[in-house]
Write a protein that binds this ligand. Structure first.
Ligand code: SF4
Ligand code: ZN
Length: 708
């Protein structure tokens, strides 16, 4: 059979299976039975994106089968063959959706997670745009060498890629010593080949969420995934016609397929690589993914993929901080002649000087010096300590400043990890990430109890205090420069964040100080200064220069922004926002919902549904994505009356922002414990009941002018 014939045979086979699946589900449950994937605002995302159709019932799936048929036109033509590949994707989505229609959790009995909900995709936005996750590998089939497969997955992991497993490879990888889970960037999806659609669905929703693509714009969709989603497919073992046809679908979306058997090659798209020691290299080259490798002089691996690794109690070799001891960390700016580059000192007992479990106090002091270094950058560098330490395989870091908590696992100890290696990592990574501001770095790791305590009092605490005072004094009024950030433009082409001291980037990861440091690190990079000039309206936060900067950075897509308003020219959203704010007209205020909250809010929508109302760099009055920290700001919704408009938030979010929010409300309105006046899901989610609660609490929103 020719490649074309194989693809069409596969598409027809998938269609046949989809038809059967739908027919038997309809026979069992009736046409009106509900069909939905959990945790998405995009119905059946592939069908929705490709056609604009929202599928709600088994009956609707019959219409979707018509779409599949229309995509299969059996001619010896590459374009038609790729369309047939897409039809296989649609068939797979139909089949998988029926699984969810017939069972609440069809993946309960297998290690795969099946459908990937929207919030996970949103959380991947920032790591993907920063290149922290440089690519996405989709692994399919069954490899005849488990060890070689494991080596490939580990290699992707150490390079920071996100790997999805489908088919027998799920078990093969899970039986090996590869660490698996979202936190390790290795995600088992499912055993059936149709489960591959859950990965395709991730790529397609990225286009809808970040790219603001119009449903039904198939060419736009294909262009987006081709240009912006750095995915590729590795298949292992023999390929049946359905897999080949699904592979054609992947190729249609711009994802090259690398097989470990002989296949008729299509340059750049379908590639045979039988030498599995070259699979990774061939794949990365085919998709144009470049990796910065970091080799550190430590006995364990070091990669962003280990960030989420937890060391459980049974596996602890040594622990610092938490209940048993004190642990703190500090980046300390010094003059050039006070710092000896690469001096790493361990002062006090090392972890091999006593029997485990080792409990010691710890101080990590990173002294830095550099011509372009500023005291303002100290906290920016210091916050990275958390990541650098977490990236070490077998080491866990939680907290910051003097509430740090570090665990070193038994495995890491056995491989030879000692305290000086913490110093090596901090030394190398400070140079690596902050090379343009630090010229010299030295590290002190102190475990001597008296010294840890003495230096905390004399050095660390006064530093933290001075920084807090600086931050508190840092308001939008006290600076003459704001910053733009357009890092997310690789996914949301016209989105620009304007970052001010009181309004951080909506991802929560870029504060004004971060933006300032980023500018210093890379003068032509993603963050650029905006002179705070030409004030047009201080209440709404409108400056002529800000408008100009946004106009330019968005290539004319957005010409005016009100920094403090949700209704008039609000700031755009990319998609990776920590929280979404939406108006509840009945309660004369807004709800604020964090990404982690999965249930329905008083506006009748989940976070995901609310989030889908905005994004892709488009202004949507009434909806606004923002960072958590913005909630306690005096500039939050200032134009509409400020934080007094917040009427409902999930309980976890309330608890998280309470201290700052209460302080701001006290200052703005002389109200005590304002957070307690805000309703949450443990009190009510029905609008009427929410209003009753607000009335009972005498919530200030009720006395304000109508919000719309
Ligand atoms: Fe993206 Fe804005 Fe965060 Fe920059 S500040 S990374 S543009 S969300
Ligand atoms: Zn973003």
């Amino acid at each position: 059979m020719s490649l074309f014939e194989i693809i069409y045979a596969g598409s027809n086979a998938a269609l046949g299976l989809a038809e059967q699946t739908v027919a038997s589900a309809v026979a069992e449950k009736g046409k009106d039975h509900k069909v939905a994937f959990p945790g998405t605002a995009y119905s059946l995302p592939v069908i929705f994106a490709a056609t604009g159709l929202k599928i709600n019932t088994l009956g609707d799936l019959e219409t979707a089968l018509g779409v599949v048929k229309s995509l299969i036109v059996e001619e010896e033509d590459l374009g038609k063959a790729l369309n047939a590949g897409l039809s296989t994707a649609v068939s797979a989505e139909i089949i998988e959706s029926v699984k969810y229609a017939l069972s609440d959790d069809p993946y309960a009995d297998e290690p795969g997670i099946g459908f990937v909900p929207d919030p996970i995709i949103r959380s991947l936005g920032v790591p993907l745009v920063t290149g922290d996750i440089p690519g996405i590998a989709v692994i399919l089939g069954e490899c005849d060498s488990r060890d070689e497969l494991a080596a490939i997955v580990k290699d992707y992991q150490s390079k920071g890629l996100l790997t999805f497993l489908i088919g027998k490879t799920v078990d093969q990888v899970m039986e090996s010593d590869v660490k698996v889970g979202l936190e390790f960037r290795v995600i088992p999806i499912g055993y059936d080949v149709t489960a591959v659609i859950h990965v395709v669905s991730v790529a397609i929703r990225a286009a809808l969420i970040f790219g603001a693509l119009k449903p039904g714009d198939l060419p736009g969709l294909i262009q987006y995934t081709k240009e912006r989603v750095p995915a590729f497919v590795n298949t292992f073992g023999a390929l049946n016609e359905v897999v080949v046809s699904a592979g054609a679908g992947a190729i249609a979306l711009g994802f090259p397929v690398i097989a470990d058997i002989d296949v008729p090659e299509v340059p750049g798209a379908l590639i045979a690589q039988k030498d599995r020691s070259l699979t990774v290299k061939t794949s990365l080259e085919a998709r144009g993914i470049k990796i910065k490798v970091k080799e550190l002089p430590i006995p364990v691996a070091f990669a962003a993929a280990f960030e989420g690794e937890r060391i459980r109690k049974e596996s602890v070799y040594a622990e610092f901080g938490s209940k048993r001891s004190k642990a703190w960390e500090l980046v300390n700016m010094k003059s050039m002649d006070e710092v000896e580059d690469h001096k790493i000192e361990v002062i006090g007992p090392d972890i091999d000087s006593m029997d485990p479990p080792v409990y010691l106090p710890l101080a990590m002091i990173v002294d830095v010096a550099g011509k372009n270094m500023e005291a303002d950058f100290e906290p920016v560098l210091e916050r990275r300590i958390h990541y650098f330490v977490n990236y070490i395989e077998g080491v866990m870091h939680i907290g910051q400043r003097n509430i740090a908590w570090i665990r070193i696992g038994k495995d890491a100890f056995e491989k030879g990890f000692r305290l000086k290696h913490l110093g090596e990592v901090l030394y190398a990574m400070m140079h690596e990430d902050f090379g343009t501001v630090v010229d010299k770095v030295s590290v002190k790791i102190i475990t001597d109890k008296a010294m840890v305590e003495e230096l905390e009092q004399s050095l660390a605490l006064p530093k933290y205090k001075a920084r807090d005072e600086r931050l508190a004094a840092l308001t939008d009024e006290t600076v003459d420069t704001f910053y733009s950030c357009k890092l997310c433009q690789s996914f949301a082409p016209s989105h620009v964040c304007v970052i001010t001291p009181e309004r951080l980037g909506l991802c929560g990861a870029v504060s004004w100080l971060d933006a300032k440091a980023t500018k210093e690190l890379n003068p032509v990079g993603a963050c650029q200064p905006i002179a705070k000039e030409g004030v047009e309206d201080e209440e709404k936060g409108i400056w002529t220069e800000v408008n100009k900067a946004v106009d330019e950075a968005s290539q004319g897509a957005v010409t005016r922004v009100s920094l403090y308003s949700i209704l008039e020219d609000p700031m755009t959203s990319c998609g990776c926002f920590e929280c979404i704010c939406g108006i509840v007209p009945e309660a004369n205020g807004v709800v604020v919902v964090n990404r982690e909250f999965a249930d329905v809010t008083p506006v009748g929508m989940t976070f995901g549904e609310l989030a889908s109302m905005t994004g892709g760099g488009v202004q949507t009055p009434g909806f606004m994505g923002h960072g958590r920290h913005f909630i306690g700001s005096k500039k939050f919704l200032k134009a509409e009356g400020g934080i007094a408009r917040i009427v409902w938030m999930p309980k976890d979010l309330k608890d998280d922002v309470r201290i700052r929010l209460d302080a701001a409300a006290k200052e703005l309105y002389d109200i005590d414990n304002f957070t307690d006046m805000i309703c949450d899901e443990t009190i009510a989610t029905d609008v009427e009941e929410v209003i009753n609660f607000l009335t009972e609490k005498n919530h200030p929103a009720l006395d304000k002018d109508p919000i719309m």
